[in-house]
Write a protein that binds this ligand. Structure first.
Ligand code: NMX
Ligand code: MLT
Length: 389
């Protein structure tokens, strides 16, 4: 981009639309197109789905995939940052067990901020990424009252292995669990600059709150049912449907719409086709759990719901979004409580939001950083004369 190109004509019709579609900045980590979905540093997401999560963290921070040597060095570097402070155990032990896991996650991130802050944007962002697997595992353990015999953190493991090792669930296929979690992380790490949680995190950081405080705020934004918590609502919805019979599923969808409840797992603010992240997860499910009861239900929902939603011309995108399939896959490998699902989304997003905060604070505007966010709001009845001042 050069000079003062006109990117968008703002009219009064754009007011109070949640900034929908208004260009407000540049994003170096990813972009989202309405038909092809998210691209991380230019790579369409489907091309990256099989990569290791560590490779994608490297990509988001360095804007290129690592070669073999860079990968080894980066994994070692992350491992050296992974230790979590002892205080997190005390804090988690004291939290209400019925508090929502997203609140636990946000508090866990604040504890990291209070105990591990360096004040360097990139160091703090990478340290947080490295500590997340253990924080996630501990959150499950303490919230479920499984406080005894928590395995030591094994820092020489991958991020996903450290999480699975900390959980130490009995009678689960740890390899399958690892594969689902790894794919989940890769698919959810970033989604352009304007999704609500990323935008919120960057806005908070623009006032020079540290990365941890900014990330905790981003997690709170992600916890809403129209944003990240849609994955929890979606599996709850699937369990409520309880059948893969297309006729009954259609009846259920219609009755939810009549009751003015959202059809979770469908629709998007930017996408106008099925989200490729959903397509990847459906393909994975067909491979690992085609006969799983929940998977069969979402397969039917994917067929039925878009047709019903498309009857309403107000709905811009009746197709499946990222949240339709993730719950069924997580459930299949042993995560049977849907209230945890958004924490996986949050865990993944720490990488993308951390990288975007780093770019906005340290790289953009020749290193000066983006100034404090301050969009303009217009008072009801304000005159044109006032507006132009
Ligand atoms: N079920 C019921 N109504 C819907 C849906 C849906 N899946 N999608 C859109 N609408 C309604 C929407 O509520 C709005 O109604 P109204 O004019 O009465 O306020 C109207 O259709 C137009 O909305 P759109 O312009 O199509 O979508 P918008 O950009 O406002 O919202 C979502 C996008 C994602 C919030 C919306 O599609 C939705 O609520 N989907 C269900 C929840 C969900 O799956 N969210 C996860 C999104 C992904 N994520 O991680 O954030
Ligand atoms: C996301 O991944 O953040 C969601 O799809 C929401 C969005 O992009 O607005």
């Amino acid at each position: 981009m050069t000079g003062d190109e006109t990117l968008f004509e703002v009219t009064s019709a754009h007011l109070n639309t949640g900034l929908r579609g208004l260009p407000v900045g540049t994003c170096f980590t990813s972009f989202v197109t309405p038909t092809e979905g998210v691209h991380y540093c230019g790579y369409p997401i489907a091309e990256l789905a099989e990569q290791e999560p560590e490779d994608i963290v490297y990509l988001l921070f360095n804007k290129e995939l690592p070669n073999d040597e860079q990968r080894v060095k980066f994994v070692e570097d992350l491992q050296s940052r992974g230790e979590v402070p002892e205080q997190i155990n005390e804090v988690f032990r004291s939290l209400p067990k019925d508090g929502h896991p997203m609140d636990w996650l946000s508090i866990g991130i604040h504890v990291l901020g209070m105990t591990c802050l360096t004040g360097d944007w990139k160091e703090d962002a990478l340290n947080m990424v490295a500590k997340m697997p253990r924080v996630m595992g501990l959150m499950f353990r303490y919230r479920e009252g499984r406080e005894d015999n928590i395995p030591e953190d094994n820092l020489s493991q991958t991020m996903v292995q450290r999480f699975v090792n900390t959980l130490d669930f009995e009678s689960v296929d740890k390899e399958k669990m690892g594969k689902i979690v790894a794919t989940y992380l890769v698919l959810h790490m970033d989604h352009g600059g304007g999704n609500l949680s990323t935008f919120t995190g960057k806005a908070i950081a623009s006032g020079h709150a540290n990365v941890y405080s900014s990330m905790a705020g981003a997690m709170n934004a992600l916890s809403g049912p129209l944003h990240g918590r849609a994955n929890q609502s979606c599996l709850e919805f699937v369990l409520k449907v309880g059948t893969d019979d297309p006729i009954k599923v259609e009846e259920f969808v219609r009755s939810e719409l009549e009751a003015k409840r959202p059809i979770y797992g469908f629709g998007h603010a930017v996408l106008r086709a099925e989200d490729p992240r959903a397509t990847v997860q459906f393909a994975l499910g067909e491979k690992i759990c085609p006969d799983d009861e929940n998977f069969k239900i979402i397969r039917t929902l994917r067929e039925v719901a878009p047709k019903v939603l498309a009857e309403n011309p107000k709905i811009s995108n009746p197709n499946a979004n990222v949240d339709i399939a993730s719950g069924a896959l997580l459930h299949h490998v042993g995560f049977t409580d849907p209230t945890y699902y958004t924490t996986f989304f949050g865990w993944a997003r720490v990488a993308g939001i951390g990288a975007q905060i780093f770019d906005e604070r340290v790289v953009m505007r020749d290193g000066k950083g983006v100034p404090i966010y301050r969009p303009k709001y217009i008072a009801e009845g304000q005159t044109l004369r006032h507006l132009n001042q």
